[in-house]
Design a protein. Structure first.
Length: 67
């Protein structure tokens, strides 16, 4: 999971439980998402990178490509 790209499908930010969709295992799956840095906020449609995974369905994300 760590290092995979995902697209935000529900706003990720401080105090929010967001959602991202990640292409994995030949398909695409939704995960609950939190920002890796407390001040980050990602709106729907933003491309993010998974930096930590807490099984079964939680990920921490940061901006992809430094954007």
């Amino acid at each position: 999971m760590v290092g995979l790209l995902g697209r935000v499908t529900g706003t990720v930010g401080p105090g929010l439980v967001g959602e991202v969709i990640v292409r994995i295992r030949g398909g695409a799956e939704h995960f609950l998402a939190y920002p890796a840095a407390a001040q980050e906020r990602f709106e729907t449609g933003t491309l993010v990178t998974v930096v930590d995974h807490l099984p079964p369905r939680t990920v921490y994300v940061t901006s992809a490509y430094g954007s």
